[in-house]
Design a protein around this ligand. Sequence first.
Ligand SMILES: C[S@@+](CC[C@H](N)C(=O)[O-])C[C@H]1O[C@@H](n2cnc3c(N)ncnc32)[C@H](O)[C@@H]1O
Length: 285
Amino acid sequence: MSFKIDWSVYEEMRQAEISAPEEYRAHPHWLDYEKKVVSVLKQKPDQVFSLEVDGVPGWVGGGSEHRVPWKHYERYLPFVRELDQLEILKRYPTFKSRQFLDAVAEINLLHQYAGLEDGKLILDLGGGYGRVAEFLLPLFKVSYVVVDAVALSLLVAPQYIAQALKIETNSFWGKKDPVFRNHAFSVWPTWKILDVLPQADIIMNIHSLQEMGDEKCEFYFNLIDQNKKEKARIFLKNNYRYVTRNWKFPKRWKALYQNDGWPCTEGLVDGVWQDEPRTWLKVFE
Ligand SMILES: C[S@@+](CC[C@H](N)C(=O)[O-])C[C@H]1O[C@@H](n2cnc3c(N)ncnc32)[C@H](O)[C@@H]1O
């Protein structure tokens, strides 16, 4: 995929990112990482999604090269196949990446437990480049809004989805239309999350809260609790090690589904596949 980065828009976004109220800003390690990636991308913008660019991993979510065979594809496949009631695997027989397999499992679980169906408005907090939206939007007529704190994610996602799905996308730095139901895909910054949150039917977070400090997680849980629709569902999938830090979920959230048995999707530890579960998933109402 050929990718064009408008660096003047990026600088504007980066300024907004840096000057956002502290509670909406990304963790400092993200800001350093972003700086490093940007310096490489200024030379090689097309490599924004490569798995590795000069030692710097590809942008958020590990890259979108869905045809790149993942070393552990065959081991992970039976787990995903069992969940795949929507038969997404059959639609993309040549896609063999971890990013794709994760998305197939997640979309099926969103459908079974989080009320994913046509007409819903989805808020994906820390949605990266739109990894899940790429495979969800061809199946369901929904409005999908990525809300992210990092300028490079906010810049990349609307372009990636526009190119991958050949649709028009809405973004805070583009059309800037707050009527999210008019669009299949929108991207909005965290410091404007309240434009989206009260309308969302599904609020999801995948592998992003885990990277924030406990205080920020609590801040987001309370913000969601105080501003969500009464019957909104909350879909959280994060790394086991971080979740067991005792996240304080609002007391009135009722767990509808929990999966502690997700196989290792976090890669290898010391070069050895880890069979114990690494990912934790919970759906609340
Ligand atoms: C590991 S990536 C996961 C991306 C995506 N959820 C996925 O599964 O492909 C973490 C994401 O969190 C975003 N992020 C970092 N700090 C954040 C914050 N404080 N609030 C919201 N998003 C944040 C990053 O820009 C990035 O998109």
